[in-house]
Each structure stands twice: as structure tokens, then as C-alpha cells.
Design a protein around this ligand. Structure first.
Ligand SMILES: Cc1cc2nc3c(=O)[nH]c(=O)nc-3n(C[C@H](O)[C@H](O)[C@H](O)COP(=O)(O)OP(=O)(O)OC[C@H]3O[C@@H](n4cnc5c(N)ncnc54)[C@H](O)[C@@H]3O)c2cc1C
Length: 395
């Protein structure tokens, strides 16, 4: 049976970086990855461009329960530390409205520089090794794969991600071990995820993209808001504005809180409501057909989607509906379409400085397996890299 000082479980963003960090700290190490390739999710990041960091990263962008942990982590490896790490690996980058991408615009560049460094450091990455069990004794940890391969070690870094996008590797299979070692796993729910709604407008508007201001309403109260793209789909709503407000909706719908989840959308954010009313009143006066009342204000399909309302030719109710359209949310699209996981191992149960479990000596965490979530825009990879660099260090 092979023995290593450190076993990293998960060859994703945080796992690969923690492997480099651990080896540089002088430890023998192996990375175990369940898929036949490492870093599959990294390749899908940022639509294949990999938005791997943001100009502005600090704890205020993350969930309140994780902020102390984030402050501590970023004080060791924040924006400057992460950039220095990648610069030393030869990665050139640029910033687009605060979002940082590799200059090649290829996520594969980020993965490649990590893989080259692992190779240079002679770190083995064992592919197709799905960890199925972990036991511990006075001799250390025994890690067993689904095909009964065995590895022993003194230190485990759990870098197995959350539950989102199982096709890219992370499927929540390691939460079980966290619970076995006494950790609380806050119910994981899909985040940055499209939503399903019941509204006949979707039938007419599917495929249509517009720029909107969207707000999530939980029991009628505004919970979060975002300006950005709204994409109507066959089943409901997607686009950046929806992904950005989806977390609160997902918690309400998936944690069985009994809360009512709705989306309030300003479909015409470029015009104030009184001005819209006046313009519509003028059009009615000029004898516009109902179908043409929104011509030049919204794409043509909206004439059909809001046909019944437009037939009233009532400027006040038409303007009110366009400025304050409410969609009742039925469910989220689920794990197969979620960019992040909200929930995971309670971050108060890890030592902020080292990321070691407060309950089990030798057990460390990094990345999305912890209950840490930032918004879209490079924050989640920043956390994955920062926590990976820390978890690999030997205190
Ligand atoms: C489509 C998409 C686009 C995204 N774009 C961005 C972006 O541009 N910027 C950004 O900041 N964030 C982005 N994210 C989020 C970001 O990718 C994640 O937050 C980040 O990858 C988390 O890193 P991780 O190492 O914790 O987990 P992962 O990258 O998910 O890696 C976990 C690894 O563990 C392996 N694993 C799981 N269970 C086992 C097991 N039992 N045994 C062995 N191995 C196991 C998995 O196969 C996987 O390779 C995106 C996510 C998605 C899905």
C-alpha cells in the first residue's frame, strides 16, 4: 500500500493548487481525482475563458457566515498573492471591467500552467480514483477507492467541490466523510442557476434576450437585485441578471422553508415610469394598434406576449406591468445547470489560519466543499485558489 504525507481528494481548481503548495512545502503528496481527467470544471469556467480572479476581492463579497474566514485567507493569499502565484507559473492575464482572465482567453491556459508545475514538482495525479471511504487510526488516514485501491497518509486535504455540475466532477460525494468526522454540512442548494416559472409569456418570448433590472422577492420582500441580461427560455428565465439573484430563490425553494419565491423585473429600465406612461398615452391617442404599442421600446415578440394587456390600451396598467413584472418561481433548474453550490461544511468549524478541521486533526478543507460563496465574477475561483494555497502549507 502506498503511503504519502498528504493526500488531496479532488483534482479541481483548489485541489491542484493545494497539491503544488503542499509539495513546495516539502511533503510527499498525491492528488486523487474521480474523473479520467483533472480540472474539467476549470476548462468550463467563464464560458471557456476562465474568469479566475477579480480586481476587487474582499470578504464583503462573500456570505456573511464565511467573512471572518475569508478575511483571514485573503490576508495571506489575496489578489496580489494569487496573481503572483500565477505569474510565477508563466500565466499572463488582463482585466475586463474588474474581471481577470488569462490573456489567451483560454481556460486551458490556466489548467495547463498548473499541470506543468505539478509535473515539474513530480506530483502524481491519480485519475479515475473515486474516494469511497476514509477511515482514521493512530497510524493516520486510510483512503479507499470505489475499486478498492488504498492509500495511507498523515494529512488529507478535502478539495472535492460542492454538488454543482456533476458532469464536471463534483457530485457531493465527500460531504459524507465530513459528517463522519463530526462536521455540520449546511444543506447544499444550487446557486447561479436558471429558474423555472409558470408564465405564458415564456411561450412567446423564448430565446429573447433583453437588458433588465431584476430583484428576488422572498415572501414579497426584496432580497437581492442585479442589472444584466435576461434570457427567456422554454421553461423560464436565465441570463446573468437571473443567475446573480438566484441564490436566495434557491434557498427558499430547496431548503423547504415554505417561503414564497418570486422575481420582480423592470423590463424597461432605461425609461422612468411616468415617461413611459406619457409615451404610451401619446401612442394610444395617435391610434397605434395594440400590437404596435411597444414598437421601438421592446422587441417585437413582446407585442404578442403582452397581447391581452396591450388590448386594454391603458397606459397606466401597461407601464406598471412593464416596470414591475412579477414572475412566480416554481423551482430552480437544479444541479446540472448550477454554477456554484450554496451550503457545505460549516466554515466556523475550521481553523481560519490553516483550514484544518477543528474536530479531526490532519483533516483540511479547501474550495467549494466549504460553505463559502461569492458572486459570479471570479470570486469563487479566487476562494478556491487562496484556500488551496493555504491548505497545502504545513503549519
Ligand atoms: C460552468 C461553470 C462556470 C464557472 N465559471 C467560473 C468563473 O468564470 N469564475 C469563477 O470564479 N468561478 C466559476 N465557476 C465556479 C468554480 O468553477 C468553482 O467555484 C471552483 O471550480 C471550485 O473549485 P473546487 O476545487 O472547490 O471544486 P471543483 O473545481 O468542482 O473540483 C472538485 C474536484 O473533486 C473531484 N471529486 C469529487 N468527489 C470526488 C471523490 N469522491 N473522489 C475523487 N475526486 C472527487 C471532482 O471530480 C472535481 O474534479 C464556474 C462553475 C461552473 C460549473
Amino acid at each position: 500500500m502506498q503511503k504519502f504525507h498528504t493526500v488531496v481528494i479532488g483534482g479541481g481548481a483548489s485541489g491542484l493548487v493545494s497539491g503544488i503548495s503542499a509539495k513546495r512545502a516539502g511533503n510527499s503528496i498525491v492528488i486523487l481525482e474521480r474523473l479520467p481527467v483533472a480540472g474539467k470544471k476549470l476548462l468550463a469556467c467563464g464560458g471557456g475563458r476562465c474568469n479566475f480572479l477579480n480586481e476587487k476581492i474582499d470578504e464583503s463579497y462573500f456570505n456573511p457566515s464565511a467573512r471572518e474566514l475569508i478575511r483571514s485567507a485573503f490576508s495571506r493569499f489575496g489578489k496580489i498573492g494569487i496573481l503572483r502565484f500565477f505569474e510565477e507559473l508563466g500565466l499572463h492575464y488582463y482585466s475586463e471591467q474588474g474581471r481577470i482572465f488569462p490573456v489567451t482567453n483560454q481556460a486551458s491556459s490556466v489548467l495547463k500552467v498548473l499541470e506543468l508545475e505539478l509535473k515539474k514538482l513530480d506530483v502524481p495525479v491519480e485519475l479515475g480514483f473515486e474516494v469511497a471511504d476514509i477511515t482514521s487510526s493512530r497510524q493516520g488516514f486510510l483512503v479507499i477507492s470505489s475499486t478498492n485501491k488504498r492509500v495511507i497518509c498523515d494529512k488529507i486535504i478535502l478539495a472535492a467541490g460542492g454538488r454543482s455540475y456533476p458532469a464536471l466532477g463534483s457530485n457531493g460525494s465527500c460531504y459524507k466523510f465530513c459528517r463522519d468526522f463530526g462536521h455540520r454540512v449546511i444543506a447544499p442548494v444550487p446557486s447561479a442557476v436558471p429558474i423555472e416559472i409558470s408564465d405564458k409569456s415564456c411561450h412567446f418570448l423564448q430565446g429573447q434576450k433583453i437588458f433588465v433590472c431584476a430583484k428576488s422577492l422572498i415572501n414579497g420582500k426584496i432580497s437581492s437585485q442585479a442589472a444584466g441580461e435576461l434570457l427567456f427560455t422554454r421553461y423560464g428565465l436565465s441570463g446573468t441578471a437571473i443567475l446573480d439573484i438566484s441564490q436566495d430563490l434557491s434557498i427558499a425553494l430547496n431548503r423547504q422553508t415554505g417561503d414564497r419565491a418570486e422575481v420582480l423585473v423592470d423590463l424597461v429600465p432605461f425609461i422612468e415610469e411616468p415617461d413611459l406612461k406619457s409615451e404610451l398615452a401619446l401612442r394610444v391617442k395617435k391610434g397605434f394598434e395594440p400590437l404596435n404599442l411597444l414598437c421601438g421600446i421592446l422587441p417585437d415578440k413582446f407585442g404578442l406576449a403582452f397581447g391581452d394587456l396591450l388590448k386594454t390600451k391603458d397606459p397606466d396598467s401597461i407601464a406598471a406591468e412593464l416596470k414591475h413584472k412579477i414572475f412566480k418561481v416554481i423551482r430552480t433548474r437544479g444541479w446540472n445547470e448550477a454554477e456554484f453550490t450554496c451550503g457545505g461544511v460549516d466554515s466556523s468549524e475550521v481553523n481560519f489560519k490553516s483550514l484544518e478541521s477543528k474536530f479531526k486533526k490532519g483533516l483540511y478543507f479547501c474550495g467549494e466543499i466549504l460553505d463559502v460563496q461569492g458572486p459570479r465574477g471570479g470570486y469563487n475561483l479566487a476562494w478556491a485558489f487562496s484556500s488551496g494555497l493555504i491548505a497545502g502549507l504545513t503549519e
